[in-house]
Design a protein around this ligand. Sequence first.
Ligand SMILES: NC(=O)C1=CN([C@@H]2O[C@H](COP(=O)(O)OP(=O)(O)OC[C@H]3O[C@@H](n4cnc5c(N)ncnc54)[C@H](O)[C@@H]3O)[C@@H](O)[C@H]2O)C=CC1
Ligand SMILES: O=C(O)[C@@H]1CCC=N1
Length: 270
Amino acid sequence: MAKALTVIGLGNMGGSMVKGLLKSPLKDQHPLKVFDLHPDIKDQFAEMETCQGVEDLSLLGKDGECLIFCVKPHDLKSLAETLRGKIDPDCLVLSILAGVRIETIQEELDFQGGVVRAMPNIAATIGEAATAMCCNANCSKDQKELAERVFQAVGEAYWTKESLMDTVTGLSGSGPAYIYMVIEALTDGGVKMGLPRSLSQNLATQTVLGAAALVKHTGQHPAILKDQVTTPAGTTISALHELEERGLRSMFVSAVEKATDRSRFLGESR
Ligand SMILES: NC(=O)C1=CN([C@@H]2O[C@H](COP(=O)(O)OP(=O)(O)OC[C@H]3O[C@@H](n4cnc5c(N)ncnc54)[C@H](O)[C@@H]3O)[C@@H](O)[C@H]2O)C=CC1
Ligand SMILES: O=C(O)[C@@H]1CCC=N1
């Protein structure tokens, strides 16, 4: 029997995971179940009509199912209280909680089975997430494969070591927010210089999408592609000079550093 995937916590990211999974072939291979403390949340998503709503959380964790924890880090304690000692050892616990270490999850749940700590991002909604994950030694080969299939269903997925997960959170977990700010700011720049807002936003969005796609498809260093845009004495170099003077690169490096530190803090302050 195919193992059920149960998403627990249907907020921004749990909702994103469910929407992404429902668009993927995985939805035909595994029963998809959902649970939130607020049962009416499920009804707000028309897409979730086909998902089975879980009535009683304490009945979960049977038949080798995969529980996908998508609650806030500070809500883990109360969630774990309900599930403590009740999850069968052949189940897979998959957590996307920022900062929360595998060891903490095992302790809170009193669970010695397979645990995967993953960090996807909000682009899971459309199957474009970037996810990195790590697992404990108790994770079987099949469970690792299942975790891979879950996150590949909503984008790209990579294995890494747990000591790098806070950095992943600071880069790609939080990253979409940085890029939304860039798109918003570029749009404002266009508006300031006279473009209608909708045209400006469309141009800014497609520019970010196209530039990223070119890096990905050519595999070239971004600096080489940047130089191809930059005509001597042209327009681009004037803008790049301004960005360098104002410390754009340094700001992004510091942003990732700050978010990484915050993720570490969330893990330590439990
Ligand atoms: N928002 C994002 O872009 C990303 C978030 N994450 C992680 O995902 C987790 C959730 O973040 P968001 O979705 O932004 O938060 P959110 O606040 O939007 O959603 C959390 C949901 O969990 C529910 N919940 C709380 N306690 C519960 C319990 N005991 N049982 C069942 N449901 C419960 C809440 O009702 C709420 O719907 C966090 O741990 C965060 O670190 C990871 C990657 C990206
Ligand atoms: O801001 C946060 O804490 C979460 C984790 C990564 C993205 N959002």
